[in-house]
Ligand binder design. Structure first.
Ligand code: ATP
Ligand code: MG
Length: 641
C-alpha cells in the first residue's frame, strides 16, 4: 500500500501520498488540493468533505465541523466550554464514557455519533478519495495532530483511523511534519558534523483553530525540535468571529432586527466574513454583501483593512506567549534564530505577519505553507514502510506533557518530563518475584496506559524494563527481560599440547510477555463493531451514489433519444414501427421518472428501464454507424480509382 500523510486540519485537510517518484498532494473529487473537514447527514446518505461543505448552508443542524477539536476530549473539559461557542446549531451530547457525541437527523431518525466515529467517517472518505484518484491501495497512514494533543487524543485519532480501515503507523505533530518537509527539501543546510552550528528556525503555524510555535535545529539529514509553545484557542476562526460580530451589530442597528440567534443568518454572515478576511489580506478594502440574511433583508456593507486590524488588534498580543515559550524551552534567544518560517492559512493576515516582524524578526514563507504538513507526514509514513525507499532523515520532538510511571509498587515517578526529547527509551532495572503491572499517568494524574507483565520467575529475578516515549507521543514498554548466566566447560589445548577444560559463561536473555491496555483506547470488540458499522455506512453511501448515477444515465439517454427522434436523424435507419416503439418507451420512462415512483426507485429499476430503451436505440445507432462506415469505405474506393 502507498504511504499516506494526512494534515487533519480544522478548516480543511490535505492529503499527500509517497510514490516512487516522490511525494504528491492528491486532489479531491472536485480537483481541490485541500478538502473541507466536515461531515453531514441527510435523508439517504452522508455528505462528507466538499459535498458536506456545499450542503452545509441548507443542512446546518446536521453538518458537523471542528472534528479535530472534539475527538478524545471530555465533555466536561474546560476546553470544550470554549469549543462549544464554535458550533452553530449541532446538538452536542455527553456520552456514557464522558466523551462528546453529536446527535444527528440521519435517514429520518435521531442518531448519535461519537467524535471518534465522525473523524473515522472523514478519514474513510479521504482514503476513498485517494484510492479513486491514484488507483493505489491506501492502508498505512501518518496523521498530523497539534503538538498539544494529549495521549488520550492521540489514542482517539488512532482509533478513528482503525475504524476507517487504516493502519495508523504514526501520530506526528503538525509543526514537526512541516519541519521535516523543510529538512528534506532544503539543499543548503549546515553539514552534519560536530564543527558546524545548526540552523535554528522558528516555525509559526497559525491555522483555523489553533496556533503553535516550535524552534527546530537543522543540519543536513537531521532536525531536532528544541522547544514548543502553543495557544490551543487562537486561529483564523477568531478573526472570523470578530468580523462577524461587527457585522451582526451593524445589521441589527441598521434594520432593528436581532439576527444573532438565527443560526442560518449567523452562518451566512460568518461565511461572508471569512471570505472578506481573506480578500483583505491582498486588498485595502472590500465589499461585504449577503443576500437575505433574515426576513428577506439583503445586507450590503464594506470593510477596510484598517478597520479589520482595529477589530482584531486585541488578538495580536496572543502571538507573544507561545513564541516566547518555545524560545525559552529551547534555551535560545531571538538572536540565535536564522529565520521565522510561517505556515498555516491565518498567518497570511498582514497585521499578524507585521506583528511578528516588528516584535521578533523578519518572517519568511519558503515552504509551500499549505502543503508542508501533509508532505512531511507522507515522508514519515514512507520512512516507516519497508516498501518505499526514502532518504534517511532523523528527527526528534519534545514532549508537551509529563509522563509518570509506577512499576507495581504504587510509587509514580516522572520517567519522561514535559520538554524532554522523544522518541526516547529508558532502561529501568528492578527486582521482582511475581507478575506485576506498569502504570503510566499523565500530568493530571490520570491513568493512560497499563502494561501487564507476566512470566516473572517465582524465585525472583533482576528485570530490565525498557520504557519508551514512542514516535507517536505515546508510552510503550517494548521489552522486559532478565538475564541468566550459564556456566559450561569447553575443551582446549594448552601450550604443552595437553587437553584442558576451561570454564566459560553464556548469558541468556528471557523475554517476558507484556500486554497493553488503555482506558483511552477502544477495546478490540468495540473497534470491530464500529469498523463494521462504518463499512456498512460507506457501502450504503456508495449505493445511493450509484443509484443517482443510474438515474442520471437514464434521464440523459431519454433526452438523447427524444432529440434524435424529433430531429428525424434516425429516420433513415429504423422502421416506423421501431421508431414508434422507441418513442413509446422513452415517453413512458420519462413520465415514470418524474412520478413519485420514479423519483426514488431502486438502482436496478433505473438500469432495467435504461436497458429497455437501449435495446432499440443501440440497434438504430448501430445501423447508422454501419451505413456510415460502408459509405465512407465506398467513397475511399471510389477516390482510389
Ligand atoms: P488548524 O490548523 O487549526 O487545524 P487548518 O489546518 O484547517 O486548521 P489552515 O488551513 O492552515 O487551518 O488555515 C485556515 C485558516 O486560514 C482559516 O481561518 C482561513 O480563513 C484562513 N486563511 C486562509 N487563507 C487566508 C488569507 N489569504 N488571508 C487570511 N486568512 C486566510
Ligand atoms: Mg493546520
Amino acid at each position: 500500500s502507498a504511504p499516506f500523510g494526512l494534515d487533519f486540519g480544522n478548516d480543511t485537510s490535505v492529503f499527500a501520498v509517497a510514490r516512487n517518484r516522490g511525494i504528491d498532494i492528491i486532489v479531491n473529487d472536485v480537483s481541490n488540493r485541500s478538502t473541507p473537514s466536515v461531515v453531514g447527514f441527510g435523508q439517504k446518505n452522508r455528505f462528507i468533505g466538499e459535498n458536506g461543505k456545499s450542503k452545509e448552508s441548507s443542512n446546518i443542524k446536521n453538518t458537523v465541523s471542528n472534528l479535530k477539536r472534539i475527538i478524545g476530549l471530555n465533555y466536561d473539559d474546560v476546553d470544550f466550554e470554549i469549543e462549544k461557542s464554535f458550533f452553530n446549531k449541532n446538538k452536542l451530547v455527553k456520552l456514557e464514557d464522558g466523551k462528546i457525541g453529536v446527535q444527528m437527523r440521519f435517514k429520518n431518525e435521531n442518531v448519535t455519533f461519537s467524535a471518534v466515529q465522525l473523524a473515522a467517517m472523514y478519514l474513510d472518505h479521504s482514503k476513498q478519495i485517494i484510492e479513486n484518484e491514484t488507483k493505489l491501495i491506501i492502508k498505512d497512514v501518518t496523521i498530523a495532530v497539534p503538538s498539544w494533543y494529549t495521549q488520550e487524543q492521540r489514542y482517539a485519532v488512532q482509533d478513528a483511523a482503525k475504524i476507517a480501515g487504516l493502519n495508523p503507523v504514526r501520530i506526528i505533530n503538525e509543526i514537526t511534519a512541516a519541519g521535516v518537509s523543510y529538512g528534506i527539501f532544503k539543499q543548503d543546510l549546515p553539514a552534519n558534523n560536530e564543527e558546524t552550528e545548526a540552523r535554528n528556525v522558528i516555525f509559526v503555524d497559525i491555522g483555523h483553530s489553533s496556533y503553535t510555535a516550535s524552534v527546530a535545529a537543522f543540519k543536513t539529514g537531521e532536525m531536532k525540535i528544541l522547544g514548543t509553545g502553543f495557544d490551543k484557542h487562537f486561529g483564523g476562526r477568531d478573526f472570523d468571529k470578530a468580523v462577524t460580530a461587527h457585522f451582526i451589530n451593524e445589521f441589527n442597528a441598521k434594520y432593528k432586527v436581532d439576527c444573532k440567534d438565527n443560526a442560518k443568518a449567523v452562518y451566512r454572515l460568518l461565511t461572508a466574513a471569512q471570505k472578506l478576511k481573506k480578500v483583505l489580506s491582498a486588498n485595502q478594502a472590500a465589499p461585504f454583501n449577503v443576500e437575505s440574511v433574515m426576513d428577506d433583508i439583503d445586507f450590503s456593507s464594506q470593510l477596510t483593512r484598517e478597520e479589520l486590524e482595529e477589530l482584531v488588534a486585541p488578538l495580536l498580543q496572543r502571538i507573544r506567549v507561545p513564541l516566547e515559550n518555545a524560545l525559552k524551552q529551547a534555551s535560545l534567544t531571538i538572536e540565535d534564530i536564522h529565520s521565522i518560517e510561517l505556515i498555516g492559512g491565518a498567518s497570511r493576515v498582514p497585521c499578524l505577519k507585521d506583528f511578528i516582524t516588528e516584535n521578533y524578526k523578519e518572517t519568511s514563507r519558503t515552504l509551500n505553507s499549505d502543503e508542508a504538513i501533509a508532505k512531511g507526514a507522507a515522508f514519515i509514513c514512507a520512512s516507516a514502510s519497508p516498501l518505499v525507499r526514502v532518504r534517511p532523515f532523523k528527527y526528534t520532538d519534545v514532549l508537551t506533557g509529563d509522563v509518570n510511571i509506577e512499576f507495581g509498587d504504587g510509587e509514580f515517578n516522572p520517567v519522561f518530563t514535559a520538554g524532554s526529547p522523544y522518541p526516547s527509551t529508558k532502561l529501568i532495572t528492578l527486582n521482582k518475584d511475581a507478575d506485576f503491572k506498569i502504570t503510566s499517568q499523565n500530568g493530571k494524574n490520570e491513568v493512560v496506559s497499563v502494561f501487564n507483565v507476566t512470566g516473572v520467575p517465582k524465585e525472583g529475578a533482576e528485570l530490565k524494563i525498557k520504557v519508551r516515549a514512542d514516535p507517536s507521543g505515546l508510552v510503550s514498554v517494548p521489552e522486559v527481560y532478565y538475564e541468566t548466566v550459564e556456566e559450561y566447560e569447553e575443551e582446549d589445548v594448552d601450550e604443552a599440547g595437553e587437553t584442558i577444560k576451561n570454564t566459560k559463561t553464556k548469558t541468556h536473555q528471557t523475554k517476558l510477555s507484556v500486554s497493553h491496555s488503555s482506558p483511552y483506547a477502544l477495546s478490540e470488540e468495540k473497534l470491530s463493531e464500529l469498523t463494521a458499522l462504518e463499512l456498512e455506512l460507506a457501502a450504503s453511501d456508495a449505493l445511493v451514489k450509484q443509484t443517482e448515477d443510474s438515474k442520471n444515465t437514464l434521464e440523459e439517454h431519454i433526452y438523447y433519444c427524444k432529440d434524435k427522434i424529433s430531429s428525424e436523424e434516425w429516420k433513415p435507419y429504423a422502421s416506423d414501427a421501431e421508431l414508434t416503439k422507441l418513442s413509446d418507451l422513452v415517453n413512458t420512462a420519462e413520465e415514470w421518472l418524474y412520478s413519485e415512483d420514479g423519483e426514488d426507485a431502486k438502482k436496478a429499476k433505473y438500469i432495467a428501464k435504461y436497458e429497455d430503451i437501449t435495446r432499440y436505440s443501440n440497434l438504430i445507432k448501430g445501423r447508422k454507424k454501419q451505413q456510415e462506415q460502408e459509405a465512407s469505405l465506398a467513397k475511399k474506393e471510389k477516390d482510389a480509382t
